[in-house]
Design a protein around this ligand. Structure first.
Ligand SMILES: [Zn+2]
Ligand SMILES: [Zn+2]
Length: 317
């Protein structure tokens, strides 16, 4: 007994110290914020007018619950190229670049994942891209030599990786929970394709149904994180879109997207986390590139190539 107790204590102290070192004194990360984990969820292609712009919030009952625990930004934009890969590139690298939208072209500049892995020295599995569209594989890498094929996030995308096609959002949702549970990644991007794919199929009912389906996934993901002892109270959660869709009086309306109309540009941003206000609505204008700088400030690393700005209501202290 005498020998077991001191060893148990030693183990406890060692583990506590290891944990502290990990979180507080990692020399590559410098942050005084509570959040040590970030999850970004991107819902592909719903229009603002069909989510928050609809006064009754008919298709987003779970987002309504979410914003009671966080901040809704009502003047958020895709201010660059309103397609899936360029929109995600703006979110993850903080740059506007009209990269090929079929997954044939890497972003030029490094992403939040690459800068985070470089600064922290953590293993690649701490950054995860979990996406329904396989073409988002390119978000794990970039072109410039200093970062090409370095510090790449792990990807779980499409049916079976790049060039194997899109998968159902229900699979992406299940895989995300599995990856949270098995690997506890620190910076995660989750992508749901539903509203965009249904829109392109000219399926109005399917489009609305998939806004509703993914709305539930958002709430279930947040609930999962709040029930997990690693993530609870230490995770910042962002919900946004890569782009909207045309206004009804513009081109083919909800079916397509890709230009400068308000429907394509106006998107949503919701932010929840231990460092953020609750039940707040912010109408100051921000855009996708600002997410990268904000996450960098939150977790304590630099995004030197990002053209975004820090979101004052989230990290302006
Ligand atoms: Zn599309
Ligand atoms: Zn448009």
């Amino acid at each position: 007994m005498k020998q077991i107790l001191p060893f148990g204590l030693f183990l406890t102290v060692t583990l506590l110290f290891a944990c502290q070192f990990d979180e507080k004194t990692n020399p590559g990360l410098s942050s005084s914020f509570e959040a040590k984990y970030v999850v970004i969820v991107s819902v592909d292609g719903p229009r603002w007018k069909d989510t928050w712009g609809d006064n009754k919030h008919t298709y987003i009952p779970f987002r309504e619950k979410l914003v009671k625990q966080g901040i809704l930004f009502t003047n958020f934009q895709n201010a660059g190229f309103t397609y899936t890969n360029p929109g995600h590139c703006a979110i993850t690298t903080g740059t506007h670049e009209n990269i090929d939208n079929t997954g044939q072209q890497l972003p030029t500049y490094p992403s939040i994942f690459q800068h985070y892995l470089e600064a922290s020295g953590y293993s690649n599995s701490t950054c995860q891209i979990i996406a329904s569209k396989d073409k988002l594989n390119v978000l794990a890498n970039c072109k410039i030599a200093a970062y090409n094929n370095k510090y790449n996030a792990e990807v779980d995308i499409g049916v079976n990786g790049q060039y194997f096609g899109y998968r159902e959002d229900s699979i992406t949702f299940k895989n995300a929970l599995k990856i949270f549970s098995n690997k506890h990644p620190r910076v995660t991007l989750i992508h749901f394709k539903g509203p965009d794919v249904m829109g392109h199929q000219k399926n109005w009912k399917g489009y609305l149904a998939s806004i509703k389906e993914t709305d539930k996934y958002l709430y279930d993901l947040w609930s999962y994180l709040q029930a997990d002892p690693v993530y609870k109270g230490r995770t910042a959660f962002f919900v946004t879109n890569d782009h909207g869709r045309h206004d009804n009086d513009h081109s083919d309306g909800f079916v397509s997207h890709g230009d400068n109309c308000a429907g394509c540009r106006h998107i949503e941003l919701i932010a929840l986390g231990p460092d953020f206000a609750k039940r707040q609505v912010v109408d100051r204008p921000y855009e996708q590139r600002d997410i990268s700088k904000t996450i960098a400030k939150l977790l304590g690393f630099k995004m030197p190539y990002s053209k975004g700005k820090e979101i004052y209501e989230l990290v302006g202290k």
